[in-house]
Write a new protein. Structure first.
Length: 214
């Protein structure tokens, strides 16, 4: 499996938006408008919004764009302006935008996706300094095994541009039943044990459990 992005111009983003409690519904609506507007843009491949299960005022966006030009065009849209305007008074911190690189992309062209709500996990892996290559090597063996499992729809590990110690795992399953079966596999247990030796903190504490509200 080669560490080559099949489309080097593609843009992948993982975005965190932390709303003030009194602004949660306003933020949710502004972000939904942004997501649904993006679906009609030719250069958008995917845009989803997730609500953290245990923190309903925290939202996450996962996005794929054809290229930087498509993303810049998105930034010019009024619904995107509405989302960015939340930073004026409705958020507890600035919008966090992480630019990602898919370390093991599928060997096929990306295309526009029709959104489908699935069981999704997002896991930030923060490794100890200098352990990024070791974690990447573990994923190089693990990723193709998971993609062959019944019910797996997507399983992508990304590096984060500008932060050599942070990786973002994005995985989607047809149902919770398939994810539960994945978690019971010995290969998963072995991966968690080996990866855990490289991380700052515990893997289970890093998992972001989310509801797809797109």
């Amino acid at each position: 499996m080669k560490n080559i992005n099949q489309n080097p111009n593609e843009i992948t983003l993982f975005v965190k938006v932390a709303a003030k409690s009194e602004s949660t519904e306003k933020a949710k609506q502004a972000l939904l408008d942004d997501v649904h507007g993006a679906w009609n843009e030719n250069g958008n491949y995917k845009m989803e919004i997730y609500e953290a299960k245990n923190k309903p005022d925290i939202f996450y966006l996962f996005e794929r764009w054809q290229n930087q030009e498509a993303l810049e065009n998105h930034f010019k849209q009024p619904y995107t302006g509405g989302a960015f305007d939340l930073q004026k008074a409705d958020l507890t911190e600035p919008i966090e935008m992480n630019y990602l690189t898919d370390l093991f992309p599928l060997d096929k062209p990306r295309s526009k996706e029709i959104h489908k709500a699935l069981t999704t996990l997002i896991v930030p892996f923060e490794v100890r300094s200098g352990e990024g290559d070791a974690l990447t090597a573990l994923f190089e063996k693990f990723v193709p095994l998971v993609r062959q499992e019944s019910g797996n729809v997507e399983f992508h590990i990304h590096s984060v541009k500008g932060n050599a110690d942070l990786f973002i795992l994005y995985e989607r399953w047809e149902s919770q039943q398939y994810l539960d079966a994945h978690n019971k596999r010995q290969t998963t247990a072995d991966f968690i044990q080996n990866a855990g030796k490289l991380l700052n903190g515990e893997i289970m504490e890093a998992i972001i459990f989310v509801n797809d509200i797109s």
